[in-house]
Design a protein around this ligand. Sequence first.
Ligand code: ATP
Length: 732
Amino acid sequence: MSTEPTTAADETAAELAAEQRYVDRVYSRLADLRKSAAESEKAGFNIAKVGNFGALVERDAMVYHAARRRLALDAEYEGLVFGRLDMGPNARPPDDGPASAPVEPAVPDGEVRYIGRLGLRDEKYEPLVVDWRAPAAAPFYRATPTDRMDVVRRRTIRSSGEQVVGVEDDLLDPEAAPAEMAVIGDGALLAALTRATGTGMRDIVATIQKEQDDAIRSPASGVTVVRGGPGTGKTAVALHRAAYLLYNDRNRFESGGVLVVGPSEVFVGYVARVLPSLGEDAVTLRSLGQLVPGYVAERHDPPELAVAKGSVRMARVLARAARDNAPDAPSRIRVLYKGQLLQLDGRALTDVRRDLLNSGAKRNAVRPKAAGLVLDALWRQTEQLFSKAARPKREEFAQEIAERPEFRTFMSQWWPRLRPVDVLSWFRDGARLRRYAEGIYSTQQIGVLVRGFATFDPDDLHVADVALLDELNELLGEPPVRKVKRDPFQVAEGVHELSTRFEREAAARRAATERPLDYREYAHIVVDEAQDVSPMQWRMVGRRGEFASWTVVGDPAQAAWPDQAEANRAMTEAVGKRRRDFELTTNYRNAAEIFDVAARVIRRAEPGISLPTAVRRAGVPPTHLTVSELRPAVLSAVREVLAAVEGTVGVIATTATRDGVAGWLTEVAEPRLQVVTGLDAKGMEYDGVVVVEPGALAAEGANGVRTLYVALSRATQRLTTVATDARWLPVS
Ligand SMILES: Nc1ncnc2c1ncn2[C@@H]1O[C@H](COP(=O)(O)OP(=O)(O)OP(=O)(O)O)[C@@H](O)[C@H]1O
């Protein structure tokens, strides 16, 4: 009986079985490596019980590296091996050594490379799997039929857990392919795109496209700017780039740190799994509302207020406030000294304050100096009031007065230690805020700010407030630190004595993932949805990466921010000018029927705009409902969309109506459902989307139409709009 495959199904089964054998070998090797990493970690603990300096250093290094390797090996890898390259006979080994897998090549004299989330070698040090970020893996993403890079066949391997469930081939060089070479499937990309969306974003490591790969692998220095319309993979590129940089220069980027900044907590939750799935746990992921330690903000202000708060003018307003007297500051100081009254009035105190702050000193940092200057001014008065002989010495006088309760009370009221929220709370007083903002903002904008800050509540911060608090923190500074606490684990400079295995492991993990809360020395910062970062927010982000290189991704057409020129200036100031630009042109998210609606909306507002091309059709046109009562229509539309798709469903409403709409939907208890505002929908993706009252979204703020464009471009498969007025929809 012949064992040759006879039908296409047999051929596929035979190929799957062959790949399964290889994948099994990889997992078995992984298990061995895990075991030996755990053993060398243990051996590390046992080194140098005597604890001389050199041995301690060696032990710490050994434990640290073994623990890191074990953590990488221990991660749960869905589809550890996802690619295979059959290279032709002319393939040259890459710079970092041969990459050929220990299997029979399918192309005579060629080589086989398996690509995966992690690099692994077998017992003979032959490469079982090449890390996707290594140069040897680059042809997997970059080879095209016109520039084959010696690739004959590119195969994407799809797995579920450790089980190979599918292969998709791309034959790049038919002439070099032997007659018996199997070519299976019709495109890994389309297969990947039609799968349902889970609650989190998936990595795209198996199907990265060339234009995306160019941006991912662009040099680490300066600023890499990636632009592209909705669904073109900007977020995916940004995250894969973070992983790529860490792989390529782990020393620099892991010790310095990589920070990824996203627009909202919803978004951070959505993308949080991508980097761990790529084997990276050394990246800090933060939303703009939670970038500064100590503050948690998720809600957005109404657009007009957000624009006023985010403008760079606010920096000048805050600088004025940071120099001003606290609202309940005493207007004079009086002390009785040896029967004589010494006093400083408001004007004298103002002079002292100006002297102190004019040099650019930070208010909290100069508290001791402020007390000294007041004492000096009081002491000077003793010259007239006492005879030369009776006049006290400066030190004596200062010591006595400084200890008096009335002086201490005065100082704590006149030059209190100010927290940023204290100063921002002063803005509740409209007259004060007007004084600070005069000549900086227009009368109309001052009105918006005064009304907005009237209800300012430090326990209920809005996203835009966080950048203001960070600015104030910079302006106010910190009081000088007195005591330095000794690290209880430190036994010698640079060597930490950790007493238990648990502590050592925890320290190895911490070194990989944690930094001081307000860490400001990131080596690389990735900013996603950059079009919505306000100038004040750019200043805040910029403070965290004074020496960083940057990846900035965004789409100006989705911007809620009205003054792009102002935002661009602030961005350049934060990130520098040495930039490299990339443009992504294919929309992988939306079915073409869905993107067509979004495109019509944005084209009506911006006729000349260039838009990406959607590559997939869902076969189901969007549904547009015009109704007299929203509530029942939204409820039934949501139920319908939930029934039609397997994955997540997003309901998008205005900032003003979101909570109400969520209330209507409480009876649909369904974890796949998320109700968000247009702003929180930024960067998100759902299988089905219901947009509530699109006309109202378009009318919210000066750039509402762009927010509507965002809302309409979130769905992969189904889009339903529910409106009370049909005029929002441009005729095709
Ligand atoms: N090469 C690819 N292979 C498979 N899926 C891809 C690829 N590129 C992008 N995608 C998918 O397309 C969708 C959109 O990607 P992503 O969210 O990164 O786009 P974006 O440009 O950030 O979109 P937006 O600006 O609308 O937020 C995601 O589901 C992503 O996984």
